[in-house]
Design a protein around this ligand. Structure first.
Ligand code: SAM
Ligand code: SF4
Length: 350
């Protein structure tokens, strides 16, 4: 039995495309799905200006959240259908209790080759060693400035900068490699730091990825007035050195990478607005309350949690989600048209 749930707005024309009904997960456009982003909570200890409203959002109730065992069950089913890599995200995943136990569950799933975490690093200092011991392979850290006062201002949580920088160091000490640093570039807030971020990669093995801000219902001011294209970012960085295209670190993402000759790290750009990379999309998303989403944006999802709790088979629901996976997203810069009623990326894991 398949259920389609509407998040709000007009009912979209749902296109169901023909897919292979057996074997590895493939959508109607021939894209193999090997990667799942798993949100474990919609809550966060920060309020980044491009993500969450200052007052927070109506949080999911505890019983609405998938348990770690339920997440493990979904990942086991998908791994049997070709899933190879997972990323734990949120909200802020480290605000959920005992995340290492989820890592252990995922590590034990046959077929899963790579487990990564996206975090704001505030709690990473406390948990880096336990996560490493549990089998986490990699971390991506959000860091929008190298200046502590700006980190505090962008995250709207005074005092968070110290914890973030300590968290990053703890991740390096714990042996996570490669460390990818995500920086959302905003005009007037941090765009004057892109050269400094790039300069760090000459000495440290960081892979700094500059992200174009994407519009959601709660950040339209930022996405309208402060958007900086990746072309502009790369142009600025090119002024301080000879940037050459490189293959980049291993990972799952759509970033394009560059490096200065002899540098320890790389510079990457993630361009959801200026260059749509949907054609090579290899992913689906699982929200904290168990919606399997074929695309970051748009209304479409399949509810897995209740069927799972009723003991129903998941594969037909997963195949259904593959059939409705859209060819591309329809985001328009500075407008929440196309975002599917999404208020913040924290609701679906970014
Ligand atoms: N809390 C964790 C973190 O900040 O890394 C994981 C969740 S966060 C939603 C995942 C990623 O989405 C972060 O790198 C964040 O910078 C990015 N993000 C959030 N809102 C965004 C937006 N409107 N446009 C572009 N990137 C955004
Ligand atoms: Fe929290 Fe990450 Fe969103 Fe910032 S980007 S508010 S850290 S979920």
């Amino acid at each position: 039995m398949t259920r389609l749930v509407q998040l709000g707005g007009a009912v979209p024309a749902v296109a169901e495309n023909a897919i292979p009904e057996h074997g590895p997960m493939t959508d109607g456009f021939g894209r193999r799905i090997e990667y799942l982003r798993i949100s474990v909570t919609d809550k966060c200890n920060l309020r980044c200006v491009y993500c969450m409203p200052e007052e927070g959002l109506p949080w999911l109730r505890r019983e609405e959240l998938l348990s770690y065992e339920e997440i493990g069950e979904i990942v086991r089913t998908m791994a049997g259908l070709g899933l190879r890599r997972v990323r734990i995200t949120g909200g802020e995943p480290l605000v959920r209790r005992d995340l290492p136990s989820l890592v252990r569950i995922l590590r034990a799933v046959p077929g899963i080759e790579d487990i990564a975490l996206s975090t704001n690093a505030v709690l990473l200092g406390e948990h880096a060693d336990a996560l490493r011991a549990a089998g986490l392979d990699r971390v991506n850290v959000s860091l929008d400035s190298l200046i502590p006062e700006r980190i505090d201002a962008i995250s709207r949580r005074p005092g968070s900068a110290r914890a973030v920088l300590d968290g990053l160091e703890a991740a390096e000490r714990a042996g996570f490699f490669p460390i990818k640093v995500n920086c959302v570039v905003m005009r007037g807030r941090n765009d004057d730091e892109v050269e400094a971020f790039a300069a760090v990669t000459r000495e440290r093995p960081w892979h700094v990825r500059f992200i174009e801000v994407m519009p959601t219902g709660d950040n339209l001011g930022v996405s309208q007035d402060e958007y900086v294209s990746s072309e502009e970012t790369l142009g600025r960085i090119a002024r301080i050195g000879d940037l050459r295209p490189v293959a980049g670190p291993r990972g799952n993402g759509p970033a394009r990478y560059y490096a200065f000759p002899g540098a320890a790290g790389t510079v990457g750009v993630i361009t959801p607005m200026s260059h749509n990379y949907c054609g090579s999309c290899n992913r689906m998303r699982l929200t904290a309350d168990g919606q399997l989403r074929p695309c970051l944006f748009g209304e479409l999802h399949t509810a897995l949690r209740d069927p799972l709790r009723r003991g129903e088979p998941l594969e037909p629901l997963i195949r259904h989600t593959l059939r409705i996976k859209p060819e591309r997203h329809w985001l328009v810069q500075g407008s929440d048209e196309g975002s599917g009623g999404l208020r913040a990326l924290s609701q679906v894991g970014g």
